[in-house]
Design a protein around this ligand. Sequence first.
Ligand code: FES
Length: 105
Amino acid sequence: MSEWTTVEGDAALPEGGVLPVDLDGLPVILVRHLGCVHAFENRCTHDGSELTGGHIEDGQLVCPHHGARFQLPGGAATCAPAYEPLTPIAARVEGGVIQLKDDRW
Ligand code: FES
């Protein structure tokens, strides 16, 4: 079982923020929506490009490349050209830092 890993200070991710981080070599995208931090593998399910540079609109993370949208929380695809959900990564805020745990397996 993996452990929680600190990846960033809580203040680095303001409301509406989208921030790429690294979790032991795994690219992860952090987003803060309605005060909660969510994390996903940083790979759009349309063609695998990173979601870095995306933004939040109407409660969805919008891919910067071709405009696919993913629901927050959860990461379900809501708009073509992506049809598969993002891969969620466990996230929490503890003691002023953002921590992640890779529980994909
Ligand atoms: S790579 Fe995200 S919509 Fe195409």
